[in-house]
Design a protein around this ligand. Structure first.
Ligand SMILES: Nc1ncnc2c1ncn2[C@@H]1O[C@H](COP(=O)(O)OP(=O)(O)O)[C@@H](O)[C@H]1O
Ligand SMILES: [Mg+2]
Length: 307
């Protein structure tokens, strides 16, 4: 049993084009994904997510650096990619064949073919009712579901999904997220998924790397990253007096009904004590988590400032 991480990326860079057309799509990127994790790769369009994933799957050659899957170098020990199921932007199918036939064709080219599995997968991704229809007539969302089924066909240990909910309506997105979460929780799959949707990462992932302009700007457990950004909402009377008292120690703002105090959860007792000591009545103190969206904007703006 090897203890190598499912994914190990080391100083990976990719530059496209030359001269004025030169684009540094990925810059010196490193990360590790451990077995059993659902790892989110979050970044706006053009951040370098797909390029990173293509290098990870050995579909394009890195300009610099290396990618390893279960300790094996993906270029030199290509066979390790058999343990990987992937859904990358623009998956192609035979349009004139049905979804089921497409999966059958893919299954035959693989080395582990189990026809019963195709039915189960079509069911799981919500295509059972449309399985005999030609893929040509499929919507983007349906193709995405079929791509997910194809990725799972050979029962991989690691799934690499590039924007898996693209083209789905909100209900479809919800279903696919639950499905991904279940693959990790019930089948122990390791999942690396990219997304530009903050809420998606927050709902599905254990860990996240935030990528912007080819570089990782933050990395960590989803819960911890957000916890660190918490602030307090304080309801007290009289509010003006409370603001005066707290302003000396913490940045605050108010909407006239409550105060927003830039303090951590551990500081709550101190906040309350100060108010009470100054004769202010405290009605409520609650931690308010910044949404991932607010957080994302903050880190991206910080990254730009530090450039
Ligand atoms: N084959 C290519 N040739 C030239 N530029 C590319 C190519 N692929 C991607 N890029 C550029 O690299 C950057 C990152 O793209 P991409 O990895 O697709 O981002 P994301 O998947 O995060 O939206 C973008 O500026 C994109 O235009
Ligand atoms: Mg992309």
């Amino acid at each position: 049993m090897s203890t190598a991480p499912a994914i190990h990326i080391e100083n990976l860079s990719k530059t496209f084009g030359r001269g004025r057309k030169r684009v540094e799509a990925v810059r010196n990127l490193s990360l590790d994904v451990h077995s059993g994790q659902v790892y989110g790769f979050l970044g706006p369009n053009g951040a370098g997510k797909t390029t990173t994933i293509r290098m990870l799957l050995d579909l394009i050659r890195p300009t610099q650096g290396s990618a390893y899957v279960y300790g094996q170098h993906v270029r030199r020990e290509h066979q390790v990619l058999r343990r990987v199921g992937a859904l990358v932007e623009g998956a192609t199918f035979y349009g004139f064949l049905s979804a089921r036939r497409n999966l059958e064709v893919f299954a035959r080219t693989g080395d582990r073919y189990d026809p019963r599995r195709i039915n189960a997968l079509l069911e799981q991704v919500g295509l059972a009712g449309r399985a005999e229809q030609r893929v040509k007539g499929y919507s983007t969302g349906m193709k995405q579901r079929l791509g997910l089924a194809a990725a799972l066909l050979h029962d991989p240990d690691l799934l690499i999904l590039d924007e898996p909910t693209n083209g789905l309506d909100p209900e479809g997105m919800h279903e696919i997220r639950l499905f991904i979460r279940r693959l990790a929780d019930e089948q122990g799959k390791t999942i690396f998924l990219s997304s530009h949707l903050l809420g998606e990462i927050e709902q599905v992932c254990d860990r996240v790397a935030i990528i912007n302009m080819g570089e990782i700007v933050r990395e960590g457990a989803v819960a911890t990253l957000l916890e660190g950004q918490a602030h307090l909402r304080v309801e007290a009377m009289p509010l003006e007096r409370a603001a005066e008292v707290l302003r000396a120690q913490w940045p605050i703002s108010t909407n006239g009904t409550w105060l927003t105090v830039q303090a951590r959860r551990e500081e709550i007792p101190q906040v309350v004590r100060r108010l009470v000591e100054q004769g202010v009545d405290v009605y409520q103190v609650a931690t308010q988590r910044q949404t991932l969206e607010e957080y994302f904007l903050t880190v991206v703006q910080e990254a730009v400032r530090h450039d």
